[in-house]
Design a protein around this ligand. Structure first.
Ligand SMILES: Nc1ncnc2c1ncn2[C@@H]1O[C@H](COP(=O)(O)OP(=O)(O)OP(=O)(O)O)[C@@H](O)[C@H]1O
Ligand SMILES: [Mg+2]
Length: 262
């Protein structure tokens, strides 16, 4: 007998992209996600974590996604950035229909265009700061001399020019996060995805992180999608999207609401 969960999945993945609404027609987005759904199996049940989300982000925009724990923020980021296939919906990023591509092409798209910053830094214990940044550039097949120069420049940008040879165990939390940011930004990605990039940092280091992301957006035209609980980040955003229980509740929340919460 056919597994009903499986059937449901197959049915919706290939839904055609709905036509744009008139007010959106002709507009170009860096990220255009529509009808995103995702469910996870919890025992015998399916839990609907994303219940049909539309997300339209303009080039160079810095958008924060805020909402309670468990509301689906990280799941949404993963679906939009090509890390986890949604059960339904479409994602067009930089004019590329992500989930229509093969796994290999998606990986290549991410390598060429996306920078990721996560809460846990994900640094390699055995590598120096410079090597952490170079490893991505190596995947991108950049020559050794160019890798070194780009890594050094990226680490200089995050004020770690004096720490090129340090390994993670010799760095503070703020320094580690700055290495992770240098690693994400060294290739000058057009899309930057951040999930709680400041949660392990004090206020000052949090500001450094957000100032860098802002610089990428405003000076290099990068588009930034950042998931956070941290109300202090609101002042760095162009727009705040709120999500609750798998649905978007506001696509342009007033930052003042969040600024008062802490
Ligand atoms: N791989 C998975 N398998 C099963 N359930 C999952 C999986 N990933 C997420 N979930 C569930 O989906 C829901 C949303 O998770 P998600 O990580 O997107 O929330 P979040 O908004 O990022 O929360 P937080 O602010 O705590 O990081 C949670 O209930 C979580 O338990
Ligand atoms: Mg999360």
């Amino acid at each position: 007998m056919m597994n009903p969960l499986r059937k449901k999945k197959l049915e919706i993945v290939d839904e055609p992209t709905p036509a744009p609404r008139p007010e959106e027609a002709g507009k170009r987005y860096a990220i255009e996600a529509r009808g995103i759904k995702k469910s996870f199996k919890a025992g015998q049940l399916m839990v609907d974590v994303l219940k049909g989300i539309d997300l339209l982000i303009e080039p160079g925009e810095i958008v924060l996604v805020m909402g309670p724990s468990g509301s689906g923020k990280s799941t949404l980021l993963a679906a939009v950035s090509g890390l986890m296939k949604p059960d339904a919906g479409s994602v067009i990023a930089l004019d590329t229909n992500i989930w229509k591509m093969t796994r290999r092409k998606i990986d290549r798209f991410r390598l060429a265009n996306c920078g990721f910053i996560f809460q846990g830094f994900n640094l390699f214990p055995a590598l120096t700061a410079s090597q952490q940044v170079q490893i991505i550039l190596k995947f991108m097949k950049k020559k050794k001399s160019e890798r070194k120069a780009l890594a050094e420049a990226a680490l200089n940008d995050v004020n770690l020019g004096h720490r090129l040879g340090n390994r993670p165990d010799r760095m503070s939390g703020g320094e580690k996060q700055r290495v992770a940011i240098a690693r994400a930004l060294a290739k000058k990605p057009k899309l930057i995805f951040a999930d709680e990039p400041t949660s392990a940092l004090d206020g000052e280091n949090g500001n450094v992180v957000m100032t860098l992301l802002r610089k990428c957006a405003k000076e290099q035209g990068a588009t930034v999608l950042c998931v956070t609980h941290d109300a202090r980040l609101a002042t760095f955003a162009d727009r705040i999207i709120t999500i609750e229980d798998g649905r978007i509740t506001s696509t342009n929340a007033d930052p003042a609401i969040f600024a008062h919460h802490h």
